[in-house]
Ligand binder design. Structure first.
Ligand SMILES: *Cc1c(COP(=O)(O)O)cnc(C)c1O
Length: 241
């Protein structure tokens, strides 16, 4: 049992441990359905709106992949937590935040335009850090308001990324469009990913599936699931809303 400094059991850590166990069981069950090895699926814990102390609980429980969707929040949390997590940036990203994001992120899941890719590459060069892992965000329904490029534009954007030594093209990310059945969305995504990966030797990541639809995403081949509320709860933590 985890103990807080005073010697008593830390209730929040126990709560997260229980939710983590439930989530891992869902991942294992989804893999079993399609005879995949659960070791192929990386759980990215999305900690947006939750405090740095929750990130520390996750690290203590063996979860090192941590996702955030806003730089203003993530940069503060990353500084507070220090070394340990692999930070995944999963939200829509403005070019003026790239310098900050490359200061802590190992992977950006949401690259959806050439100008953003180029600005990230410049920021990596200035930071003199290791190459940044990049996923292209696909829009399955063509609605630009939620970010993402249509499947037909993926190769053009991929070619911009692979031209830059500061960026490593790792794969694709998508969110199931509003109103779509997850099965339909992720089967379509799997097809797009299958066609896309050919010709890019560094591509091995398909980031899909959240708390509500990770089972369907894993059945369709997701290698990274991004899970927030199923691990940390539905309401923002007190004082952070
Ligand atoms: C918040 C968020 C998630 C996690 O969503 P939950 O439904 O809370 O699991 C995943 N991906 C992105 C891009 C997000 O912004």
């Amino acid at each position: 049992m985890p103990e807080a400094p005073g010697g008593h059991i830390d209730a929040r850590r126990v709560e997260i441990a229980v939710a983590l166990d439930r989530t891992r069981r869902r991942i294992v069950a989804a893999c079993a359905e399609v005879t995949r090895d659960p070791g192929e699926v990386t759980l990215v814990a999305v900690t947006k709106t939750y405090p740095a102390s929750d990130v520390r609980h996750l690290l203590a429980l063996g979860v090192y992949d941590i996702g955030e969707n806003r730089d203003s929040e993530a940069s503060v949390k990353a500084a507070e937590v220090g070394p340990g997590p692999r930070w995944h940036f999963v939200g829509q990203l403005q070019r003026n935040k790239c310098r900050s994001v490359v200061g802590y992120a190992t992977m950006v899941h949401s690259v959806d335009r050439a100008s953003l890719a180029l600005t990230l590459a410049e920021a990596v060069a200035q930071e003199e850090r290791a190459p940044l892992d990049v996923l292209l965000q696909v829009s399955l329904d063509g609605d630009p308001s939620r970010g993402g490029v249509p499947p037909t534009d993926l190769h053009r954007l991929a070619d911009v990324v692979i031209d830059r030594p500061e960026l490593t093209l790792r794969g694709l990310m998508a969110v199931a469009p509003l109103g779509w059945e997850p099965v339909r969305a992720f089967d379509h995504l799997a097809q797009v990913y299958g066609d896309f990966g050919i010709g890019y030797p560094t591509v091995d990541v398909l980031s899909a599936g959240m708390s509500g639809d990770l089972t369907e995403a894993i059945r369709a081949g997701a290698t990274h699931v991004r899970v927030g509320s199923a691990l940390l709860g539905r309401q923002p933590a007190a004082g952070l809303a």
